[in-house]
Design a binder for this molecule. Sequence first.
Ligand code: AMP
Length: 398
Amino acid sequence: MNVLVVNCGSSSLKFQLINSDTEEVAAKGLCERIGIDGRLVYQPAGGEKEVTEAPMPTHTEAIQMVLDALVNPQTGVLKSLDEVEAIGHRVLHGGSKITESRVIDDEVVEVIDECCDLGPLHNPANLMGIRACMKLMPGKPNVAVFDTAFHQTMPPKAYRYAIPTKYYTEYAVRKYGFHGTSHSFVSKETIKYLGLDPDNSKVIVAHLGNGASISAVQNGKCVDTSMGLTPLEGLIMGTRSGDLDPAVLEFVCKKEGFDVKEMLRILNKESGVFALSGNLSSDFRDLEDAMNDGNEDAALAIDAFSYRVAKYIGSYVAAMNGIDAIAFTGGIGENAGIVRKKVLSYLGYLGIAMDEEKNKIRGERCILSTEDSKVKVAIVPTNEELAICRETVELVNR
Ligand code: AMP
């Protein structure tokens, strides 16, 4: 089955056309600057990247350009759009009502719409993508794969905040968690890869990318995760602060004359390792180079990031009363050996021993722990598009 996987942001759209039988990507690309001017980058498998600049006032024109590229007689990979059998959409927020991926019908559209309040940057864009696909490919099944769904198995003690109940009952303020597609995919892959018992396993997934989150997965179900009502909670990230004393907001707002909105922008866009490194970079490649050149701020940023990850792992070992495996994924988790080494250096008490040679590996699935390590540690690359494709096929065939 050919599945078009679509991931819409407010002014961008990433896509992959995946053959679900071979799980190979036939073509991929992205539309940028939607609503501004418009630029399509399209790449067929094994072919050159093509860049087309053309007006894309809305996501509908963007999707139309993607579809035209897919059937283009020269560089397209399809003879006709009839060959696209289903469309899988990444959707940020499904609130508490959505606990798994769903074939999109009026009710699902309504829930995504209701959750715009909780995901104001993403849900409206996700809906635009869904509506554009429904309009341009009528009759094809569309499936929504939610970033929050995998975390819906968390118990109340993990997802409730200790604030007045009214905020939960009336405004749905609670921990939701994000990157669920990745945590679900990587935890399942880890269980298979390491030969663990799916019904008797305790796995921690550290999804460390520009956005970073960590989850505790017991018997295949999420029991806790680090992101919260929004993706701001938890780990230190590229430009997000992660956990901090909420009183910092009022304190800095008063000193600088900011309002809460401006302060949240700073906590989302100007904080994290970027801030700790003295605004040097949010990219761990730059931070590592700077640290090796003796930059102490860069070294602090890497240290603080790794320390926070290790603290979360410790707390999730407590949450599950044990641990069988830790999986590193995401751009940093898959590539930055320095971070993995620092994180694991805090976890010797768990009987973890790492193979230093293996830790030099970048971006490939491998077992990092030694034979005698009490806990298995692995790099398990994430593949959210493939996860969305698999979910889409499962639902369409159900
Ligand atoms: P992601 O959001 O998962 O795509 O991860 C992006 C981040 O991964 C970048 O901002 C870098 O911090 C990090 N990253 C990517 N490649 C490398 C690499 N080769 N070495 C270290 N860090 C990397």
